[in-house]
Ligand binder design. Structure first.
Ligand code: SF4
Length: 248
């Protein structure tokens, strides 16, 4: 995910996941056998439930370069279309993220999506979009200006919650985390219920995402209709375009 000379900009939302991501990358930077730098930025879309400035002080005390940007188009969106969905919100955020990353001279943008996000996106896509895919762990922006990485793909939110709690980070919730009646919330609830009996459900799902049996699915591009391929057959699964998946 990270290569020699990279400048990694961490999308920092003030939540437990992006806090953990930033801490992990700072530790990795100090230990890795390659040189790379880390900076953090926050796009304020008007959804924080508390002032984010305390995090600025926290980051400054730790020597982290942090850029905070209020995204005016997102604030206008809140006023003009208060019921906008995640797809619109993500599109606005994505534009702002690329703008800031460019200003910061970054060539890599790191997102704090967790194992929970990967599993939820996988189910959501399968059940609501008719596609089998989750989130790309490593991909590129459309113009290939930035490598986009999601280092926490194997880390569950139980861990990020515990880690952020232990360190006493001034975690700032996002208004959306309280939303009910959404697909996302329903899927979270399904997982929570199943996990009381099957605690390793997410680990199994993540393993499944890395262990495709393409000849046992219904995509005819990967079916060995003429009997010429050996198991598992079918060739590489196509790269999922960054913008072709539902993020949150
Ligand atoms: S959940 Fe995330 S993507 Fe969806 S509206 Fe809220 S902040 Fe935007």
């Amino acid at each position: 995910m990270i290569r020699e000379g990279d400048r990694v900009a961490v999308g920092f939302s003030g939540g437990k996941d992006s806090f953990t991501l930033l801490e992990v990358l700072l530790k990795l930077r100090d230990r890795a056998p390659i040189d790379f730098s880390v900076c953090a930025f926050t796009i304020d879309q008007g959804k924080f439930l508390a002032p984010i400035e305390p995090f600025g002080e926290w980051l400054a005390a730790r020597g982290v370069s942090w850029t905070y940007r209020i995204d005016k188009p997102s604030l206008n969106l809140l006023t003009e279309q208060p019921d906008h969905g995640c797809d619109t919100c993500s599109r606005f955020r994505r534009r702002a993220v690329y703008e800031v990353a460019k200003e910061l001279g970054a060539n890599v943008i790191a997102f704090g999506h967790t194992a929970d996000d990967f599993c939820e996106a996988f189910l959501r896509n399968a059940m609501f979009t008719g596609k089998l895919g989750a989130l790309p762990p490593v991909t590129w922006s459309k113009k290939r200006e930035f490598r986009l990485i999601r280092p926490l793909l194997q880390v569950t939110e139980d861990l990020t919650r515990a880690y952020a709690g232990e360190t006493g980070a001034p975690v700032i919730p996002c208004g959306c985390s309280l939303k009910t009646g959404t697909v996302r919330r329903s899927i979270r609830d399904i997982f929570a219920e199943l996990e009381t009996d099957y605690p390793y459900l997410k680990q199994t799902l993540l393993t499944a995402m890395g262990n495709l049996q393409t000849s046992r699915l219904l995509d005819t591009r990967y079916l060995d209709l003429d009997g010429v391929e050996e198991e598992p057959g079918g060739g590489p699964f196509p790269m999922i375009e960054e913008d072709a998946v539902i993020e949150s």
